[in-house]
Design a protein around this ligand. Structure first.
Ligand code: HEC
Length: 150
């Protein structure tokens, strides 16, 4: 029965194509999700950011800038976060901010405090990340941003 065999072959091929198409759609979806997770900010004009990112700017300058410098650019004490976020993933960022980190080497003590008990930071970690990521991606300049018109 060559006809039946041929039909089977065709339907198998069709099924395989459908499966592959669905798989690549799912992959594209996953990629878009990952992208949105790593770049949660919205830029809607020169120096204009969404409400969360703007809030992140304010929180950063209230809690982080004493050590990490204005606009995330680092100081002699703490690293430049605009550079750090070029390689650091969002989950690692959250972990360091919540848990802190210490580096005691050759008499030089470098301490990143743990913020897990500071609600004003922990509740807005995504906003702080968005602000620093927008800076790090080169999408947002120095200084106070404006808010997107709502
Ligand atoms: C008291 C000073 C101080 C404050 C305040 C501070 N940090 Fe830090 N932070 C440091 C130091 C010092 C390091 C480097 C620690 C090390 O050498 O491992 C660091 C490291 C980091 C890192 C890791 C960078 C990398 O390249 O690995 C991140 C992310 C970070 N800080 C984010 C923040 C955020 C966000 C805030 C505000 C909520 C903040 N820090 C507030 C001192 C500070």
């Amino acid at each position: 029965m060559p006809f039946v065999g041929g039909f089977r072959l065709v339907s198998l091929t069709v099924a395989t194509c459908v499966t592959l198409a669905v798989a690549s759609f799912a992959e594209a979806d996953q990629k878009a999700d990952d992208e949105a997770y790593e770049r949660p900010y919205t830029i809607c004009g020169p120096n204009q950011v969404d409400r969360g990112t703007y809030n992140g700017y304010r929180r950063y300058h209230a809690y982080c800038h004493v050590c990490h410098g204005p606009d995330g650019l680092g100081s002699s004490y703490a690293p430049n976060l605009v550079e750090s976020l070029k390689v650091m993933k969002r989950d690692d960022f959250s972990q360091v901010v919540a848990g802190g980190r210490q580096n005691i080497q050759a008499g030089k003590e470098s301490v990143m405090p743990a913020f897990y008990e500071v609600a004003d930071v922990m509740n807005y970690l995504e906003d702080i990340y968005s602000y620093l990521k927008a800076r790090s991606d080169g999408k947002l300049g120095r200084g106070r941003p404006e808010r997107c018109p709502s």
